[in-house]
Design a protein around this ligand. Structure first.
Ligand SMILES: [Zn+2]
Length: 442
């Protein structure tokens, strides 16, 4: 784990060169990052929050809704005003392109999403899109023309399963197109409603090598940066997630006439296993998390000993091997409980497992160096939430920049990131883009 604060007292440039073996990347004094405007970003976040505004002060701007479509028009307008050449790909992703000075170089892409969960906030995704447009505005104002083309992206329906980025990278499953989105439209209808073409999604695919890099600026959605007072999170990867249903078989019997020593109580075993799961996840070194989020006892009556329990298990970590290790330990604990209580326990995998998506190590170094050069403290950290960036790791060197979420609150109208923190994120994004453009990735 790294943390800018630890190395603030020594010449960071030297520390960087030593730690990474890469050339030091001090930010030049005349860097255009100084022109990133927190006021302009805050103003635009506020303007964007009008689309789908809810009474609690957040937004319900679910993908493909009228609010989403209106918000997308606002983003397109900002992109055009920044001088970008705007188009919507067949998956409905909004892409604004700025040509570079050298022919045949792949584009550097950066951006996020503007759709929200129902009852969401004004920062999740939005900061990444507004921050990306801010980068273009500042380059434009400073007359900086990059060697590589730049593409700002606002992905389609992130909250409904990373629709736009999956379509751009590994390809959307046909079955997913028939899912009903929160807007009431199917994903297929929704893509059409925002100007895409669900019958020609292959045209939205980008091949590995077609992009020089992808960078996503995003709010942390957790409390680590806010609680520690650190400015920037350098994301080391997006965690993998696995889900199971745990089925525990006991024996349903009369709660009044069955003595305590003659019971096969499935709920009692479930309670014990739940505590074990927490103990296992907590006692291993690392940052793995394991959660029982749902439990159902059958038949579910006050006067019947539970004969069967179905409960969920979710495990997340940056490494598949760690997820397996945690699961193996839980399985062993379950076997022990079965032996003691005579309640057979089985684990049924459910849902689509997502594999961990590490970011590109070189990108982490570039982002960390950018933060350092701007005198911002940083911390290397995993992302416990899913993001479009995880799909982009399949086709391009990918990096992710986190800025603090006040009190770690997200997917809520109470979500908040200060204008200064948003601007810090955009500055780091700008310096990262310029470093990649200089060839730091090559
Ligand atoms: Zn998001």
């Amino acid at each position: 784990m790294n943390n800018g604060d630890n190395i603030r007292n020594v010449p960071c440039v030297l520390v960087f060169a030593c730690l990474t073996g890469l050339p030091a990347l001090a930010v030049a004094e005349d860097s255009p990052a100084g022109d990133v405007s927190s006021a302009r970003m805050a103003e635009r976040i506020e303007a964007l929050s009008e689309f789908g505004k809810n009474p609690e002060g957040g937004v319900s701007r679910v993908a493909f809704s009228e609010a989403d479509i209106a918000g997308r028009e606002y983003i397109k307008k900002l992109m055009r005003e920044a001088g970008l050449d705007v188009h919507v790909d067949t998956a409905g992703n909004i892409i604004g392109r700025r040509e570079g000075s050298e022919r045949d170089l792949p584009a550097i892409m950066f951006g996020s999403h503007i759709d929200s969960v129902p009852g969401g906030g004004n920062y999740d995704g939005d900061v990444g899109v507004i921050g990306a447009i801010e980068v273009i505005d500042v380059l434009e104002e400073n007359g900086v023309v990059t060697r590589h083309p730049l593409e700002v992206v606002s992905f389609t329906d992130e909250e409904g399963g990373l629709v736009g980025s999956v379509a751009m990278t590994t390809g959307l499953d046909d079955s997913h197109l028939d899912d009903t989105s929160h807007s009431g439209l199917t994903v297929r209808q929704g893509i059409r409603a925002v100007g895409g073409d669900p019958d020609r999604l292959d045209l939205a695919r980008r091949k590995p090598g077609e992009l020089a890099a992808f960078i996503e600026l995003h709010i942390e959605q957790g409390a680590i940066l806010d609680e520690t007072g650190i400015d920037i999170g350098v994301v080391e990867g997006i965690v993998g997630i696995r889900w199971w249903d745990i089925v525990i078989e006991g024996f349903a019997n009369h709660a009044g006439t069955t003595p305590m020593n003659r019971r096969r109580d499935a709920l009692l075993s479930a309670a014990e296993l739940t505590l074990e799961i927490n103990r296992i996840a907590t006692s291993m070194p690392g940052r793995q998390v394991a959660t029982v989020g749902r439990i159902r006892a059958e038949p579910g009556a006050p006067n019947v000993i539970p004969g069967r329990v179905v409960m969920s298990l979710e495990i997340r970590d940056l490494e598949t091997a760690k997820i397996t290790q945690v699961f193996d330990a839980i399985e062993a604990a379950a076997a022990q409980i079965t032996k003691e209580r005579d309640t057979p326990i089985r684990f049924e995998p459910t849902g689509v497992a997502s594999v961990p998506a590490p970011t590109d190590e070189r990108m982490r170094r570039i982002i960390a160096a950018a933060a350092d050069g701007l005198n911002l403290s940083y911390k290397v950290m995993p992302s416990g939430a899913g993001h479009d960036a995880q799909d982009m790791t399949h086709i391009a060197p990918t990096g992710m920049i986190f800025v603090p979420s006040r009190d770690g609150i997200s997917h809520s109208p109470k979500e908040y990131t200060s204008p200064e923190d948003m601007a810090n994120g955009s500055k780091v994004l700008l310096e990262t883009v310029l470093a990649i453009d200089r060839g730091e990735l090559e």
